[in-house]
Design a protein around this ligand. Sequence first.
Ligand code: HEC
Ligand code: HEC
Length: 239
Amino acid sequence: MRLAFALLYLLAVSPAYAEQGDRMKGAALADQGRNGVPACRSCHGDKGIGDGSGAFPRLTGQLGFYLYKQLKDFAAGTRPSPVMSPIASALSDREMQDVAAYYSAVQGPFFPLPILDAKLAQRGGMISAAGIPERNVPACIACHGPAASGMQPSFPYLAGQYAPYLEYQLDQFRLNRRQNSPLNVMNDIAARMTEEDMRAVSEYLAAVRPPDLSRIGASSTGPASPYAGAPLATYQSTR
Ligand code: HEC
Ligand code: HEC
């Protein structure tokens, strides 16, 4: 079965990001940039939390290897972006490792949740947990980990990522503009989803909070996620 094969492939080909970057150097680049490289913070926000608009992805606590791979792919053009490709092309391999190490280790608060369309979010929750069997769409959590909170080394967390960004990426996969997922596994999945499926699962995922971080959210940045309850009990922190 194609999915099982893809999973095996992905786990076997967890490339050498064993070499850990220098977080301090990464933090300096993120906050200040350097000659020829803008500060990542100017778009991705303090500690990579974004600006709440969803135009820029949250990088906070994302898997280090995944971040590093994205920078490589932006530079190589398998994930073309008019904004990120020139920035990534200006970075050395070492700098990519440093800044990936920094963002993977940093924690930061969430913006308050937007008001959810309950029906849409419920459908999104079904897609995330069980997929869309009649159209052969697998459950997102099969690869993206329990509560879609990420799985080492290369399955990014989707939980807490901004909905407009997630929707945009699914569309980029569907249109085959983003071609950097191994065996094009995400392109195949997105091609079988409708626009409404994409919107539903994105709305839902954006509202999911890992339990440890939802406490921070509850105390300082707004209400805790309604999805931070029992289903997340199996969550294992990788951040
Ligand atoms: C001018 C704004 C801007 C700056 C500055 C910027 N980014 Fe980005 N970044 C973006 C946008 C927009 C995207 C989404 C690109 C897309 O997929 O179309 C993005 C996406 C990313 C992603 C992919 C995240 C994911 O979940 O797949 C990574 C990693 C990233 N940026 C790292 C960096 C780093 C590291 C720096 C600093 C060296 C940086 N960015 C500076 C705007 C910016
Ligand atoms: C067979 C494994 C697999 C399944 C199932 C899967 N994904 Fe993915 N997904 C991946 C991999 C691997 C990546 C990272 C690709 C890369 O390296 O850029 C990814 C990346 C993504 C991204 C880009 C994240 C970012 O930060 O840019 C989105 C959005 C996404 N997946 C959504 C979904 C949704 C929604 C589902 C369920 C309908 C799903 N995925 C199911 C393997 C999977």
